[in-house]
Design a protein around this ligand. Structure first.
Ligand code: S3P
Length: 430
């Protein structure tokens, strides 16, 4: 349990922890390369540690000193694990690892925690089966634990209709070891870190727009060269402090080294649409990714916004914190086309709607989103996180602005992506 009180403002400079999506990939892809890769500023959180221990259980030698990893690539010659692999709470670990395991001729079993065991896997299992992997699991292979015997894959063409980066990445990884060409179409471009990292590792891969949407194509049988990756700060983590600064009078924060890849910065575009003054400073490129220091300050008024289906992939993980901002906007804001939120670490639509209602907001729930009548005062409440890190952090920020005390029932779940969250909050609070 954590009690959150009102604070006056947030002020100062902060480097939030490194990007979770890039940190997962910076372990998985180098483990498949030929030679030694070096990763700096790696995020050490519960999710990324789950990936690290699975990769080690597959025989890959990794030396970790602080935030630096040295990874001895296996060139796809992984070892049959003797134990059940556990992705814990991490959807990215489970889905990307199902792609890796499908390239291997051995037997393996992957499981997860109670939350991950409820999340759908058929979206990767079906295409992997089509490629030739033998996969079985609960509910016809939709739910963990899932058993895989892979090898002898053939390339396929899939339409990734939910624009999921996890699905795209899984199939591209399997495609690296498949015979022929693998292509993934998606209606809107989802986060493209896998493509960027693979290219930096010497993989020939093309990506372009077609009348069926964006396609990424690669030919199987390519070798991955070792990588040198410096992980930037996570925009999904930076979003919490940006939102806090926007809501608290007199606030000013400078969020350092933040990834501003256009497939990831939809939240900051929406902040601008709400009328927030923010700037990207010191723009630069690090390891093939765009990075900036983001300066944000208090906004006197906030315009209501509409989030549409095509925008969802660029801000999917920021919707809980965006919902908090919507509660303070000058009118009704809406999110639609976001049914994916129902199958995240928790049912995030339900978690947002129920907790905002507890704080006194007027909210309507839809199957694929919600609408929020802004401009009301929030009052402190007991927040049910459902063990979901992004719900805990979003409602902690709401608690900084609400009247009275806000109680977060399970604050420890922030360690999934941001173990230092509450320390950083104390550092910036004034
Ligand atoms: C992720 C992709 C997104 C995102 C998740 C991380 C990734 O999920 O919500 O937190 O690293 O590929 P989907 O691919 O299911 O949209």
């Amino acid at each position: 349990m954590k009690i959150i009180q009102k604070v006056r403002c947030l002020k100062g400079e902060l480097r939030v922890p490194s990007d979770k999506s890039i940190s997962h990939r910076a372990v998985i892809l180098p483990s498949l390369a030929e030679g030694e890769s070096v990763v700096e500023n790696w995020l050490e959180s519960k999710d990324t540690l789950a990936t690290l221990s699975i990769i080690k259980a597959l025989g890959v030698k990794i030396v970790k000193k602080g935030k630096t990893l040295k990874i001895k690539g296996s060139n796809f010659l992984l070892k049959e694990p003797t134990k059940i692999l556990n992705a814990k709470n991490s959807g990215t670990t489970a889905r990307l690892m199902l792609g890796v395991l499908s390239t291997q001729p051995f037997f393996s079993v992957l499981t997860g925690d109670q939350s991950l065991k409820r999340r759908p896997m058929l979206r990767v299992v079906e295409p992997l089966r089509e490629m030739g992997a033998k996969i079985d699991g609960r509910e016809k292979g939709d739910k963990l634990p899932i058993a895989v015997r892979g090898g002898h894959l053939k390339g396929i063409s899939i339409f990734n209709k939910k624009a999921s980066a996890q699905v795209k990445s899984c199939i591209l990884i399997a495609g690296l070891r498949a015979e022929g060409i693998t292509e993934v179409y998606e209606p809107y471009l989802s986060r493209d870190h896998t493509e960027r990292m693979l290219k930096a590792m010497g993989v020939e891969l093309v990506s372009y727009d077609t009348d069926k949407g964006r396609v990424v194509k690669l030919e199987g049988g390519q070798t991955l060269k070792p990588a040198y990756v410096v992980c930037p700060a996570d925009p999904s983590s930076a979003a919490f402090f940006a939102a806090g600064a926007v809501l608290l009078k007199g606030s000013e924060v400078l969020l350092k080294d933040v990834l501003i890849n256009p497939t990831r910065d939809g939240f900051f575009r929406k902040l601008r649409e709400m009328g927030v003054k923010l700037s990207y400073e010191n723009l630069r490129e690090i390891s093939g990714e765009q990075v900036a220091d983001i300066y944000v300050r208090y906004a006197d008024t906030l315009k209501p916004i509409q989030v549409k289906e095509e925008e969802v992939p660029t801000l999917i993980d920021e919707i809980p914190i965006l919902a908090i901002l919507m509660a303070f906007a000058d009118g009704v804001s809406t999110v639609r086309g976001a049914q994916e939120l129902r199958v995240k670490e928790s049912d995030r639509i339900k978690a947002i709607v129920q907790n905002l209602r507890r704080m006194g907001a007027k909210v309507e729930e839809y199957e694929d989103g919600f609408s929020i009548e802004g401009g009301q005062y929030l009052k402190g409440a007991v927040i049910k996180t459902y063990g979901d890190h992004r719900i805990a952090m979003s409602f902690s920020i709401a608690g900084l602005v609400a009247e009275g005390e806000t109680i977060i029932d399970d604050p420890d779940c922030v360690a999934i992506s941001y173990p230092e969250f509450y320390e950083h909050l104390e550092q910036l609070a004034c």
